[in-house]
Design a protein around this ligand. Structure first.
Ligand code: NAD
Length: 352
């Protein structure tokens, strides 16, 4: 089980070190870790944020554990040399088309959510967002319309195969977790959404154990903040997913507790190839101070065991250890506590 660890910049190396220590504490046989340079750290050593050797390492790995990129000393560089280009480059080169973002309010941390505590308590959902298609990647331009007025336009489209492959990812996740699946679209107005819905219904026939329903995006946005407990797994396209996943993340109320996965089409002998990273960035304001909360990265490693290695029980072990640490008051500065990076990592390992 080959894992490419790409710590990156700022707090990236601090939080990935704790996630690696948690993986090592599980004592999984056959686990091999490689470390590569990415982001500003890579620029300073190789004059490129995504050097060829890092890309090669990523391509030959079964999964990638990514920290964060972003380095203020690189702000003046040309755009293609900026650290943030590394993550875009990895997504593109590795064909990572599915973004999985769990959003969960842990027991005892309801007060961090901007939602009312009794509503926040019900927030525990997984958003599966398509990442490489939709209106973001369609033809676009500006033109003069028949009235002589300037007009901007963007073409929205989804091909059958694009919907089908992301739908399979969402159904597999729902099936494995025993959760219902809600497909979010705007099929009352958009042809793209009508095709989306038709394909999702077709794919559903292969997953008789998963309960499927459909919801329009406007309603879904309202439900996420009024009745989040009605969602299990949410499947949606790039545009709607962009907004909905940020809405759900904001509803959790802490940046240090949000993991993510980006999955590709490649199947390895263990599972689906993917890149796993916390939602947060490199946090230069607290970098090097031992203050960063590593829990989002630790939970990203749990997602990696689940999706790329089929190790559900080990993934749950890590997630349960994190919940127990939180319940025991092991809180980082981002959660109003005073525990540092190393103390939080050690507390999670003790509870595995
Ligand atoms: P950020 O997520 O790095 O930080 C936002 C705020 O949250 C900061 O106050 C930071 O201290 C705090 N924070 C973030 N993670 C934390 C953690 N684990 N524990 C405790 N506190 C935490 O966002 P930003 O400040 O807007 O961006 C900083 C840099 O990161 C920029 O260069 C940006 O481009 C980059 N960035 C990278 C990624 C990525 O690598 N995928 C994502 C977002 C931003």
């Amino acid at each position: 089980m080959k894992i490419a660890v790409l710590p990156g910049d700022g707090i990236g190396p601090e939080v990935t070190a704790e996630a690696v220590a948690v993986l090592e504490a599980l004592g999984l046989p056959g686990l091999v870790l490689f470390t590569g340079d990415v982001g500003g750290a890579a620029y300073h050593r190789h004059a490129h944020p995504l050097p060829e050797e890092t890309l090669d390492m990523a391509r030959t790995a079964d999964a990638i554990l990514f920290g964060a990129v972003g380095d203020p000393t690189c702000d003046a560089l040309e755009r293609h040399l900026r650290p943030e280009q590394a993550i875009l480059g990895l997504r593109k080169h590795l064909g990572l088309f599915a973004n999985l973002r769990p959003a969960r309010v842990f027991a005892g941390l309801e007060h961090l959510s901007p939602l009312r505590a009794d509503i926040a308590a019900g927030l525990d959902m997984l958003i599966v967002r398509e990442l490489t298609g939709d209106v973001y990647f369609g033809a676009k331009g500006q033109r003069t319309n028949d009235a002589g007025e300037r007009e901007g336009w963007d073409a929205m489209s989804y091909a059958d195969s694009e919907v089908r492959r992301i739908a399979h990812i969402a159904f597999r996740a729902a099936e494995a977790a025993g959760l219902p699946l809600t497909s979010v679209d705007k099929a009352n107005v958009l042809e793209t959404s009508q095709l989306w819905r038709d394909v999702v219904v077709e794919v559903a026939a292969e997953y008789p154990g998963v309960t499927l329903d459909h919801m329009y995006i406007d309603n879904a946005a309202m439900q996420v903040v009024s009745h989040p407990d009605r969602f299990g797994v949410v499947l949606t396209g790039n545009l709607f997913g962009d907004i909905l996943s940020d809405l759900a993340s904001a509803a959790v109320g802490s940046i240090g507790l949000l993991p993510s996965a980006s999955l590709g089409e490649r199947q390895t002998q263990f599972g689906t190839f993917g890149l796993y990273e916390p939602i947060h960035g490199s946090a230069p304001d607290i970098a090097g101070q031992g203050k960063a909360n590593p829990m989002a990265t630790i939970m990203s490693a749990a997602m990696m065991l689940r999706h790329s290695f089929g190790l559900e029980a080990e993934a749950v072990r890590i997630e349960t250890a994190v919940s127990r640490a939180l319940a025991d008051g092991i809180l980082g500065g981002d959660l109003g506590g005073s525990h540092g990076t190393a103390a939080i990592g050690a507390a999670v390992r003790e509870r595995l």
